[in-house]
Design a protein around this ligand. Sequence first.
Ligand SMILES: [Fe+2]
Ligand SMILES: [Fe+2]
Length: 347
Amino acid sequence: MSNLQLDWTAEEILADDRVDDPLVVRDVVCHGGYVHGAYVSPRSRFRRDAIDAWQQHHRETFGVDVREAPLDVFPGHYPSLEQAQFLLDHDVREPIVGILTRVGTVEGYGGAIRELTPRGDVQRFFVEDVRGTATAHLAAGLLEAHARDESGWDTQAGHDRMWYAVRDIAFENPLDRETEADLRAVIDRAALSVPTAMGMPERRFDKLDPNFDALVTFMTRVLFIEVRAFHAFAWAEALLADADRVAGDGEAARLVSYIRQDESPHVGYLRTALSEMRERTFIGDGGVRYAGSDVIDSIWDSCLAESLGMGDRRNRAIAEALLDHALADRPDGREVREEFDRIGNNA
Ligand SMILES: [Fe+2]
Ligand SMILES: [Fe+2]
């Protein structure tokens, strides 16, 4: 066994690196900052090292790697980069403005992960030792750090407000109170037209502690949301880096690149903890035992199917509703839509 530091306090997991300057965007102080001009993510003084150490410990203990996040199975972003560029070239900005608003909103929902923080020692849910794992640190800073990154903390803005800033830089404050309410209504109606993902999948392991089961399911869902977001964020960064099509001289894209950098510990700890649980044995009510691979694979498979099915349908429904809304009053709306579809079909 190598000499890894596997035990960290919540204060350490939540600790910021020292920065020369904070990240300030349009007078809003955001999390993170700069060291010698390079962006440093928030709460990363020890968090990344801790995740790396837990991953290595997992490999040394079980001889298997931490499970990869399945990036390839998720489709590329809709609308595609070419379709989005085409829209901007025809001054159809509202769907892009709407998508960036939606991304900010969904980021803000991420703060809810702290509500599921397990109470008491999670060791009671496992046969094997969980000391020195990401699993054992979920309540010791990991879920809280994730929540703070997504929805902000104290006076610092998190990803939700950072995305709104991205939108407002790239499209020069495109929304006032009224147009924002309209746009959000279009988005919410479309999102609600696809059944919600928040119901629990059928509980096959019904002796498991329901709160812990809910946490594991939520973590798996969030992992897939994060993986899907990888495509969306890469799309946004490429689209917004284009100074001929959007305002801000690349500042919006730079901000997206910072957000992307902040996301990597989320995917990191989630896949680490789920992999750790998979190699262990769960203990339920009355001492009932379930193989970790049964529990995790079952939750993984159903959340992945849900994300690829309903998650995709919802994203498409929102994009379609935004497009319809933007094109409805345009005399050339029909031609723009046909060309937009043709670009999509040629991809
Ligand atoms: Fe985020
Ligand atoms: Fe995230």
